[in-house]
Design a protein around this ligand. Structure first.
Ligand code: JHZ
Ligand code: SAH
Length: 345
């Protein structure tokens, strides 16, 4: 999945650019304050976070196996190692650069099955007081928002505070902070330190208690989630069927990884959704996986507009709807399917 032509470029969203600039500044103010601090980012992609660190002149290294996106980061003066992070990579990094004060990973840990090797690497790489900070889609939000399309091939884990707490303990670490994030449909940023190195903030106990009270890990809760996913499918299929019968035109917006789940699970065909527009050149003039909806450049989304746009990049709704205000002004309607199927006009 992660190779030279990996087509996801993190910097395609202005909201995400701002999010990662704020993240970098937070590290610079709170963690990277020693005499010669060092930060390592796993899955640094096109450099969306590290560019701020590099500009500040702080020692850093991105570990990014996808050569194409890594090259994009390098072109901006960011130091990147084109490798998969695991125990042996970590040992090599430690030998070359010395220990890291921070290891950070955004939307990357949930992609990596081999956590034992990752934690062996963290143990080798982090300073005694260092932190491992990672953020990923939160199971609690996936269930709450029925955002079942977060479940796709690249996403191997769906973390919660409860699961991360257990994982950390298993490897001699401790969950010392959690922070709810609004990006990508609701995430949690977890901060881990070596056991006993830092006191946990009250937010950890609060989120653990909240998950326990709502029964997030109980079979009943997940069975309810499954039933709600089924309702979304039924309603989305019915809506697309009706719009087709009415002669309305529908296109998709955002050839997201997530959309592969919803498109194939709902059996959406090019007959119902004519094509999908996306700003990523590497995705354009190709087809979506499985259902083969054509992918067109974003410029294809222009007057004369389709009647409806199915927003596959729903996590960027605010940004996209603001940018595409002309579509709605001309009578175009957005279709959203999380937490439920609805038309926004
Ligand atoms: P977006 C990817 O998931 C893959 P995806 C990965 N597995 C993951 O976890 C997350 O990212 C972090 C396009 N777009 O962010 C660009 C426009 O066309 O929802 C992207 O192709 N116009 C690593 O793919 C897609 O939509 C726009 O204005 O589900 C957005 O993809 C904007 C903002 C985006 O992640
Ligand atoms: N951090 C960025 C990119 C997330 S995409 C963001 O939040 O937008 C996930 C990235 O993880 C991809 O660029 C992929 O190449 C990378 N990746 C996958 N397995 C990895 C591993 N074992 N070590 C480091 N990076 C990995």
């Amino acid at each position: 999945m992660f190779h030279t032509d990996y087509p996801y470029f993190s910097s395609g969203s202005s909201v995400m650019r701002e999010h990662f600039e704020n993240t970098a500044n937070k590290f610079l103010e709170q963690e990277l304050i020693g005499s010669d601090p060092f930060i390592v980012e796993l899955g640094s992609n096109d450099g969306i976070m590290l560019r701020t660190i590099a500009k500040a002149g702080v020692r850093h290294l991105g570990v990014e196996p996808s050569g194409g996106v890594a090259e994009h980061a390098r072109a901006q003066g960011i130091n990147v190692l084109t490798e998969f992070f695991e125990a042996t990579t970590a040992a090599a990094v430690r030998a070359e650069y010395g220990p890291a004060d921070v290891v950070y990973a955004a939307n990357t840990m949930c992609h990596i099955p081999y956590v034992d090797s990752i934690f062996a690497g963290l143990d080798a790489l982090l300073t005694p007081g260092g932190v491992f900070v990672f953020e990923d889609p939160y199971l609690g939000e996936i269930v709450e928002r029925t955002s079942f399309d977060q479940i796709y091939d690249e996403h191997f884990y769906f973390f919660s505070a409860t699961s991360v707490d257990a994982m950390a303990r298993r490897f001699g670490f401790e969950l010392v902070d959690v922070q709810r994030l609004t990006v990508h449909g609701g995430e949690v940023r977890y901060t881990l330190a070596r056991a006993g190195a830092r006191a946990a903030t009250p937010a950890v106990a609060e989120l653990l208690a909240e998950e326990s009270v709502r029964g997030l890990h109980d079979r009943d809760c997940l069975a309810r989630f499954a039933a709600e996913v089924g309702v979304v499918r039924t309603e989305l299929i019915a809506l697309l069927h009706k719009l087709k019968a009415d002669g309305a035109t529908v296109v998709g917006y955002g050839a997201t990884a997530k959309s592969a789940t919803v498109i194939n699970y709902c059996g959406i065909t090019p007959d119902q959704v004519r094509y999908v527009v996306d700003t990523t050149p590497a995705k354009q003039h190709r087809v979506t996986p499985g259902a083969h909806l054509p992918v067109r450049p974003a410029e294809a989304f222009a007057a004369p507009y389709p009647d409806y746009a199915l927003l596959f990049a729903w996590n960027h709704a605010e940004e996209i709807m603001a940018k595409e205000s002309e579509f709605r002004a001309g009578g175009g309607k957005w279709i959203l399917y999380t937490p439920n199927v609805r038309v926004v006009d």
